[in-house]
Design a protein around this ligand. Structure first.
Ligand SMILES: NC(=O)c1ccc[n+]([C@@H]2O[C@H](COP(=O)([O-])OP(=O)(O)OC[C@H]3O[C@@H](n4cnc5c(N)ncnc54)[C@H](OP(=O)(O)O)[C@@H]3O)[C@@H](O)[C@H]2O)c1
Length: 335
């Protein structure tokens, strides 16, 4: 299978990573830890070598206890820890209806110890600052990341949901290997940072690349997500207006999928994989067959002309600008 290099490191990753969040966070009742661990093992066996989790990915088990996504990932990767690139994140706490950012060095130090314990490992390959903390300067965060690297606790670091100025300032202190931003055919705002990623040698890890499953075309009408810990319901794309707003985009993707004998999800992932050799989507799924389908999106024969054609069509629909991005933001800022 094709491999990609993570940013300015020598670490090899698959062109599609596995987003593990939904196994126990924000997609309804968490899977039992053993079942989630089995899914992760299955993903490795089919070829995935890049796994994404976060300190704050938790859910409530039916018995009221907390499900920690990192614990499930830790259990899942036990037999092959040294053969994968493991990413986790710090600096965010879920406070019911909002996120609290805390990137103070003392908090990051505490966080990494917790993550190492839950993940049953003594190093993290890629450690992200999950969100920018307005009270902590980028240089301060970069400095603690540099220390963690020196101590061998992390091999590389990244930032999630970042803009240019912050990224450059952080990078100047300790080189950033990856940026994890939302990116999909209906949310292309991060393309404005592409020249910066190119210049600094940064991998774009694309989160929510299927717009929470919407872009797979599996929903023909407005679905209901009524579990209190399922954050899909508040997303614009799942509203009646959202279905109408994105109908043309769905039709475009469906047409290309038919042409290429691929699924719509594969076209959406293949579109970004083929666009740049340094983009790696991390779709999430609880379904083994869909894991295989997503991994195979790297094989969809999309040419540079196909990609340009898709982009032009999306531009004509007005889906390349910041307004489109706003529309895909959740009402409740829970990720
Ligand atoms: N840095 C951040 O702030 C941030 C925020 C959000 C997410 N993330 C990361 O990004 C990862 C992915 O994002 P996400 O889970 O929000 O959104 P996503 O990957 O766009 O969508 C996940 C949803 O898509 C469905 N799906 C996946 N593959 C499919 C396919 N081939 N066909 C049909 N449906 C498919 C899944 O359903 P099934 O389970 O039923 O297949 C699931 O409901 C997360 O796991 C997490 O690691 C990071």
């Amino acid at each position: 299978m094709e491999k990609r290099i993570l940013g300015n490191t020598s670490m090899e990753i698959t062109p599609v990573g596995l987003g593990c969040m939904g196994l126990s966070h924000a997609f309804g009742t968490p899977l039992e830890k053993a079942e989630a661990a089995e899914k992760i093992k299955a993903a490795f066996e089919m070829g995935y070598t890049f796994f994404d989790t976060a300190e704050c990915y938790t859910g409530t088990n039916p018995d009221g206890t907390t499900a920690y996504n990192e614990e499930a990932v830790g259990q899942g990767i036990k037999g092959f820890r040294d053969k994968i690139v493991l990413a986790t994140k710090c600096g965010v706490r879920h406070m019911g209806d909002h996120l609290e950012m805390d990137s103070r060095p003392e908090t990051i130090r505490k966080s990494i110890e917790g993550s190492l314990r839950r993940l049953q490992t003594d190093y993290i390959d890629l450690y992200y600052q999950h969100r920018v903390d307005p009270n902590v300067e980028p240089e301060v965060v970069a400095e603690i990341m540099a220390q963690l690297k020196k101590e061998g606790k992390i091999r590389a670091w990244g930032i999630s949901c970042v803009e240019e100025d912050y990224l450059r300032r952080a990078h100047a202190v300790c080189p950033v290997s990856a940026v994890q931003n939302v990116y999909s055919v209906i949310d292309r705002d991060t393309e404005k940072l592409f020249p910066v990623f190119e210049e600094l040698g940064i991998t774009l890890v694309a989160f929510t690349p299927l717009a929470k499953g919407f872009l797979s075309g599996r929903y023909t009408e407005r679905p209901t997500f009524d579990h209190p810990e399922d954050n899909r319901g508040g997303r614009f794309q799942f509203s009646e207006e959202g279905f109408r707003y994105y109908q043309q985009a769905l039709d475009l993707i469906r047409g290309i999928a038919e042409e290429k004998s691929a699924t719509m999800a594969q076209v959406c992932l293949g579109w970004m994989i083929r666009k740049k050799p340094w983009i790696v989507p991390i779709p999430g799924t609880r379904n083994i067959e869909r894991m295989k389908e997503n991994l195979a999106s790297a094989d969809v024969a999309l040419t540079a002309e196909d990609i340009a054609k898709i982009d032009e069509a999306l531009n004509r629909m007005g889906l390349a600008d910041a307004a489109a991005k706003r529309l895909t933001q959740p009402k409740v800022a829970k990720q």
